[in-house]
Design a protein around this ligand. Structure first.
Ligand SMILES: [Zn+2]
Length: 490
């Protein structure tokens, strides 16, 4: 499409005609109007042609009769959403496997989309935690704007979700829902009872006695002197075990109830509701998971997925650390409980957990949500290491300077001093940093400091913009391996 208009655009905008590139997969006809995504002198724009309703709604610069160049603005995203519903996020419910991919830089999504060719899972393309938004200075709206335009760029019509990730506060959930997010991950970690493990029997009884008598009677009647056969196991609760479950989860469940009935159900659109109890010190026992599932069921709260805290360490950007046999045993129990109650099991910090992916694929049998995050950032840094060694060195240096500070936001065990020294590493060897666990974690958690430096940030975006296809290629390789190992792609 662009060839017809190249001369007009280049003369009116006084740009080099060679700097105008189109994204052919985005070409769309809407009634009589035509639209395509293109890059003009390094900046992405919509080129819209026609005199119909669609073109008239778009804001932009009119070049000549019926030809408009439009910015990738929030307003224009809403217009796209209205005319092209596939650019809007959807919810997927309890049966379809979903895969979360945060795009911290707002430019990884085309690569993410391409990973899902031939996959049975649906991508949750917009997924940023409050922490990531704060550290990258982006908003829910911007994240969704970037994703919607990327979906348009790729001409992707397979559907995607948008996750307000790890939300703890009422207002944040409301904000994400108002922006059209179709998934909410409610993080209950602050409502989960702490120190319960260490309490003595008499302390437990005392705390239990303080709860309303009708509540106590109901849980005693529901859980005591009963056997719960689930999967290949039978569960039962001693009085002490029951009280511990109550003290750990009661307040969290009350919070879930409020959020579900007052926010999720009143959102005005379908929402996948994930309950996350994973960001806690204590591991989620099968019995604890069962208690939560039964209480949710009792209150008629339908969660789409639930993320327990698994045994071992799911640290950012590196493989699973821990006893794989014990992990397998517990995973099997959690998957069976989730299956029994009809929701998906959710695995968080799922980037690079290659040694446990086959087990996750086996026991969830496609009924799962897997959240990855930050890998797209590391792949971006990998492109920088390949294409712009000088910039890579500045980024690495900055990361080293801020590692200790960044560790207050993220739990990692890396020791960057164990990685090769920067000044003794040749340009050709810089990409090796991306395969070393110490430097992977170093680069993974310091993104806020790197992006906070406008000089580094601008040059990073410029380099990535010039190497877009290489970036997408790296993402396809890396994320594709995740999907294959959890059996969501052949
Ligand atoms: Zn989590």
């Amino acid at each position: 499409m662009i060839s017809e208009y190249r001369e007009t655009i280049s003369s009116i905008l006084s740009v080099d005609p060679e700097s105008i590139v189109e994204y052919p997969a985005s070409y769309t006809i809407i009634e009589e109007d035509q639209v395509i995504l293109c890059k003009i002198a390094g900046e992405k724009k919509l080129l819209a042609v026609g005199d119909g309703m669609f073109v008239s709604r778009l804001e932009g610069k009119i070049l000549s009769d019926g030809i408009k160049i439009c910015p990738l603005s929030h307003e224009n995203r809403l217009v796209l959403n209205q005319f092209l519903p596939h650019t809007k996020p959807s919810a997927f419910g309890r049966k379809i496997a979903t895969f979360g991919l945060g795009d911290r830089l707002g430019i990884a999504t085309p690569g993410h989309i391409r990973c899902f060719e031939g996959s049975s899972a649906k991508p949750i393309l917009a997924q940023q935690s409050k922490r990531e938004l704060d550290l990258t200075g982006r908003t829910y709206e911007q994240v969704l704007d970037d994703v919607s335009f990327a979906v348009f760029q790729e001409g992707y019509r397979g559907g995607f979700g948008a996750d307000g990730d790890h939300l703890k506060q009422w207002n944040d959930i409301r904000e994400a829902l108002d922006c059209g997010y179709t998934m909410i991950t409610l993080d209950c970690s602050e409502k989960i009872g702490k120190g319960i493990e260490a309490m003595t029997s008499s302390q437990l009884e005392q705390a239990f006695a303080n709860l309303p008598s009708d509540y106590r009677r109901r849980v005693e009647e529901t859980y005591l002197s009963r056997v719960f056969p689930i999967g290949l196991e039978e569960y039962h609760f001693t009085r002490e075990e029951l009280i511990r479950c109550v003290l750990v989860y009661k307040v969290a469940i009350e919070f879930v109830k409020e959020v579900f009935f007052d926010l999720i159900q009143k959102a005005g659109h379908a929402v996948d509701f994930e309950l996350s109890i994973d960001e806690t010190e204590a591991i989620t026992t099968a019995q604890g998971h069962l208690f939560v599932a039964m209480e949710l069921d009792h209150l008629n709260i339908e969660v789409t997925s639930l993320a327990p805290r698994f045994i071992g360490e799911f640290q950012k950007g590196i493989d699973y650390i821990g006893d794989i046999t014990e992990f397998e045993h517990q995973l099997k129990q959690h998957a069976a409980i989730a299956d029994h109650f009809g929701y998906k099991l959710s695995i968080h910090s799922g980037s690079d957990k290659f040694s446990v992916f086959p087990l996750i694929g086996l026991y969830t049998a496609g009924r799962l949500h897997l959240k990855t995050s930050g890998t797209n950032w590391l792949e971006a840094v990998g492109v920088i290491a390949e294409k712009n060694p000088k910039l890579y060195r500045s980024i690495h240096q900055k990361a080293l300077e801020h590692f200790e500070q960044a560790k207050t936001f993220y739990h990692v065990s890396a020791d960057p001093a164990k990685a090769a020294a920067l000044n003794s590493t040749s340009d050709e060897m810089l990409t090796e940093y991306l395969t070393d666990t110490n430097s992977r974690q170093l680069l993974h958690i310091t993104y806020g400091f790197i992006l906070g430096d406008s000089r580094l940030r601008d040059e990073l975006y410029r380099t990535l913009s010039q190497s877009e296809e290489r970036y997408y290629g790296r993402l396809i390789n890396h994320i594709g391996r995740h999907l294959q190992l959890v059996s969501l792609k052949d």
